[in-house]
Design a protein around this ligand. Sequence first.
Ligand code: C2E
Ligand code: CA
Ligand code: CA
Length: 688
Amino acid sequence: MYNFSYLRKSIGLMQAALLLIAAIVIGLGLSAWQLRSALTEQRDALGEHAAELLKLSLSGATSAAWTLDARLAREVVSGIASQEGVRASEVRALLRGNAQERLARAENPPTVAGTISNWIAGNYFTVVARVRSPLYVSQQGVPLRVGEMLIAMDPVYAADRFVTQVYTTLAVTMLEAFLVGMVLLLLSQWLVTDPLRKAAARISLIRPEALDENERFIDVPPLHRSDELGLLLSHTNNLLDRLVESQRELRLLATRDALTGLPNRTLIQESLATMLASATRSHGKVAVIFVDLDRFKTVNDSLGHGIGDKLLQQVAATLIGQVRGEDSVGRLGGDEFLVVMPVASVNDVVIVVRRIIDALGHSFEIDGIDLRVGASLGISIYPDDGDSVDMLMRHADLAMYKAKADATTRWQLFSDDMSQAIDAGVWLENALAGAVLRNEMQIYLQPQFEAAHMRLSGAEALLRWQHEGEWIAPDRFIPVAENSGLIREIGDWVLAETCRTLSAWPGRKVPISINVSARQLADDGFVERVHRTVGRYEVAPELLRFEITESTLMQNLDQTRAQLTRLREQGFRISIDDFGTGYSSLAYLTRLPVDELKIDRSFVSGAQRSKIVLSTIIAMARALNYEVVAEGVETEAQRDELIGSGCDLLQGYLLGKPMPVDEFQSRFSLDQTDSKANQTSSKLRRIR
Ligand code: C2E
Ligand code: CA
Ligand code: CA
């Protein structure tokens, strides 16, 4: 079979081929009909021609037959036989007694022709091919028959001419069809196929991943503006427009942080990569600044996500305000932001970093609440601190952690020794896991005093960890212990150690406060374990106070309340630590089982809010019947002011730093039996 598949690849060719076939079929049909009538016509013409010849030769033949003139008869017949298409001609004379005599006969050789001609001749023309006529003379008005004239036309000759005519007609028809087909092919090529092919080629060049919004995708040829092709192309253009639109939206969604509108991690990393590439070419520097908010979690937990979200939006806007147009600010997630900027020197970075710290250090007003979060910043610089996006970000992150752990500074440049601590978290966790067993933990006691008489009223147990000769600050390892769950074991140890200390004091005993993490409270067996430990060391419950930070309290309110209620029922006392940083309302606290509020150090040092706020908190807490403790008292001025404001208890470096238990014991003579001790504790019991 012949393969016509190439036809299917071109509308024009296909159309032309179909047209050609149609033209041929119709032409052939019409020709067949035409030929039928032509055949009849040809037959009639043959008969007429014979009759004509007969008529023309009648008078000559009659004379010859009448006079029996054979010469004349021969002239007549040969004249006829010389005509085209005549096969034979004969003149006969009628003799007396009705006998006939051939006077003359002329004959032509038969036409030699093909089968078709012979067939047509035999079937259509033989009937009309022979004509004969009697010859009469008039004898006194009476016609007298004198002979007969015969003419035989050659049917094959006529048929052959007919067939020639048929061939010509067919050839013309074919030629016509072919020419029409060709013209149509050219027309459709020009009008349809070419524009279609061009459009297809243009469309095939369109890369869906790189559609450019400014470009009109496919030109609509002017000629086709309002026809179907134009319609198809402009529809395609519209579709592509919409594709571009949705791609832009998708890209926006994929690269922007929905809350702040800042570039997300993906996009900021791309921006950083671009900056690194151009810095490599120009031998420039790029700074990567990792920004982490300090107290965001507290805001979010205590005031709700709504306020938290608004805070993040304001922080984002503030960050944008601190950088230049060519710098980029992105949000990595949570309360982490990244600033990337080409810089000329480290000095430039420090200026921007200070500006950011300053701007984020101010309070943000959200729904009428003044929030102060603050931020810690870590900085790495290309090419000094790394040559890849990944490494620079990791190093900036590390520097940020360093800044957070160090209370004296809010920002930190990455340094090589930090890279050794890349897995600091993991390392710390591993070290921490065996710390209790290795006896690396101790508790220090920091004294608390009655504001009124400056008498020792109690102590706070603060955990100390010395690992391989190095002291590691609680602010560093407590979060690791909390995240890893190790805090449970460590917390149990602190409780046991505190109870052991209390039971070891022979005479006078003062209450000790213990810090409890959210993770410990979330454990259902916590109260039960406390009960058992206290029982083992035979310690009176009122000698133990549990300090819960305000944010812990708000995190899982119902469960925490239940746990605290049970503890309090057993005689333990509950203190709210870092009060004022968690934004919980005082009125809210009245419904919680709480005995004591510890005002956060930042209020005492004046770093947070005003003195009026401090005295208001103290006044309200006293009105609600809480014991008020101020921690972080460092100066005499602070002490005097707190006393003036009505604070019950004071704690701070001014009055006594955290110290080993032995030191505490001898300093406050707890190792000697003291009858006054009971007075102090009964006084404490009086409050609330
Ligand atoms: P915190 O509960 O707010 O403890 C008070 C912190 O303030 C202690 O830091 C203490 O040494 C320090 N401090 C006391 N007086 C002053 C002062 O006058 N000025 C200044 N600047 N600081 C003062 P420390 O011992 O480093 O503990 C830090 C935090 O670690 C504690 O904050 C507490 O949240 C946590 N922590 C300590 N021990 C334990 C523990 O046994 N269990 C749990 N869960 N957390 C603990
Ligand atoms: Ca505390
Ligand atoms: Ca505190």
